[in-house]
Design a protein. Sequence first.
Length: 288
Amino acid sequence: FANVVDDHDMDITHVMRGEEIIPSTPKHLLLYRALGFEAPVFAHLPVINGSDGKKLSKRTGDTNALNYRDKGYPPEALLNFLALLGWNDGTEQEIYGLEDMTGKFDLKDINASPAVFDPRRLDWVSGHWIRERIGLDGLYARAEGFWPDSASGHGDDYKKRVLSLVRERLKYFAELPELTGFFFADLPVDPELISGHKQLKKLSGAELESLLEQAGASLEQSDFSVDDLTGRLNDLLDTTGQKPVVLFSLIRIATTQAPASPGLADTLAVLGKERSLQRLRTQLDALK
């Protein structure tokens, strides 16, 4: 009763609601008629299921929008993702801005079958917005409050360089500490990064030391521009006879102590010569 009166008082013309309300619709229509109100146009939408195929509920994952805000998903990306839950304009387009969506939306394009709330798809949409649709200055402004504590002593220019490198892998801003920590602080040597590496674990300690010594000697002569570093790293492949998966992985682990990083030459250039060489020496000492 309150629902019907409220819609009438607010001049509601169209009501879109979940299909589980269908059994109540005849009762509402009778109330509109009994009260002498003109009934709005009703549309009943399919439910949204979780990845397990069951109806999405407040007990399923991060179903509170504020959780996604707190993780640092761009609002545009979350809106884009939500709009595609059960709606398609008949094209293969997957990235929509608000104006694009409002211009193309039509009720007839809503699917009849339930949509699936897939967090991996949200991550993909969000990553696309971060890489392609939001400028670096805009990203940097939004990143405030998400940097690791160790970033506090570094300037804006340095942090922007770091952000420009990791944005290719960034899906939401709460990932920044994990993706960028080694740019701001020296992490302890983790032996498992080498012992657990599919290729590096096959090399002896002496072979690993030799590769690091050759790398250090070459990089010592570099001006640490990306072009010069790229050339020297490629030359090291020739002089050592190693594959990139071996040599580059070893240098990356030694200089970042992380399981993954942006492109090696770009990473070294941002870290700088002094810090990169010191980390190579630290890794070398740990192997002896």
